[in-house]
Design a protein around this ligand. Sequence first.
Ligand code: NAD
Ligand code: UDP
Length: 319
Amino acid sequence: MKKALVTGGAGFVGSHLCERLLNDGYEVISLDNYFTGDKRNILHLMDNPFFEVVRHDVTASYYAEVDEIYNLACPASPIHYQYNPIKTVKTSVMGAINMLGLAKRIKAPILQASTSEVYGDPHVHPQTEDYWGHVNPIGRRSCYDEGKRCAETLFMDYHIQNKVRIKIIRIFNTYGPRMHPSDGRVISNFIIQALQNQDITIYGDGSQTRSFQYVDDLVEGMIRMMKTDDEITGPINVGNPGEFTIKELADMVIEMTGSASKVVNLPKPDDDPIQRRPDISKAHELLSGWEPEVALRQGLEKTITYFDNLLKSGNFDTW
Ligand code: NAD
Ligand code: UDP
C-alpha cells in the first residue's frame, strides 16, 4: 500500500485530496496546524484506519516514511494570508525547505501547490508557464506571491542540486464545497451573500476577470502530475480556461440561487489582478490529456448546495 503525506490536509483542497487518495487505496497522513483548515473537513475520513492526522506546523521539520509528498500547507485567500504576512512567507519558504529536506532524505517525489499568483497582475494573457510574471515585491499580496515564487525557486534548486523529484503545479482560482465560509474569496462570498439575500459585494466595477476551476478537476490534475515521469518537473498550469468577469459571476450566482440580493460596488483592493486565464496546453500534453470537466454552472450548483446546507445546519457561525 502506498503512503502519501498531505500538508494542509485539513484545508479546502487538502481535504478533497486526502479523500481521493484514500479512495485510490493509499495510506494518507494529513499534516496541518489548523490555521485555516478545520477538522470538520476531514471528519468523514477519521473512521478510515488508513487515515492518520498530525497536528504540526510546516515551519518546523517533520519526518515520516512515505512514498509521495503533496505540499499544500499555506493560507490561500487574501484575508487569511494578509492576516500575518510574515508567517505566510515563513510557511511558504520554511515549509518548502522542510518538506524538500524530507523528500531528499526519503527519496520521495514532492508536489508543490504553487499558484497563478506567481504571474501577479499579468501582462501576458492567457498566462503560459514561460511568462515570468508582473509581481509587486512590497505590496499587500507580496507575502503570498513572493513566498510562492521563492518556494518554486527552492523546488528547482533542490532538483538541480540534490536530484529531488519535484512536481510544481500553478493552480488557478479553485472553488467548491469546504471552502472556508469567511475566507473572503469571491465565490464563497457571493454564494453566502446571495443565500442570505444580503448585498453582493463587487470590488471595483466588476470588469476584472478570473477563471474558476472546480476542486475535483484540480485534484485529478494533482494525481496525474504526481504519476508523471521524473523528468516532468513543471511548473505546469492547472486551471479552467473559462474566463468570466466578476460581474458575470455575480449575475450567475443571483440567478441560480433565486436571490433578492442587490449588487453593491466597493473599492478594488490594491494590486488586484485585472485579468487571469491559464493556458493549459502543457497540462493537456503532459498529464495524459487532462482538462477540466466541470463547467462553472455545474460546480456552482454543488457549491451552493454545500453552503445552503451549512447555513441551515446552525453551525455556520462556528466556522
Ligand atoms: P486552505 O486555507 O483551505 O488550506 C490551507 C491549509 O494549510 C489549511 O488547512 C491550513 O490550516 C494549513 N496551513 C496553513 N499554514 C500552515 C502551516 N504553517 N503549517 C501547517 N499547516 C498550515 O487553502 P486551499 O484553497 O485549500 O489551498 C491549498 C493550497 O493550494 C495552498 O498552498 C494554496 O496556496 C494553493 N492554491 C490554492 C488555490 C485556490 O484557489 N484554492 C489557488 C492557487 C493555489
Ligand atoms: N472580489 C469581489 N468581491 C468579493 C470578493 C472578491 O469582487 O466579495 C473580487 C476580487 O477583488 C478579485 C476577484 O473577485 O478581483 C477574485 O478574488 P478572490 O479573493 O476570490 O481571488 P484572487 O483575487 O486571489 O484571485
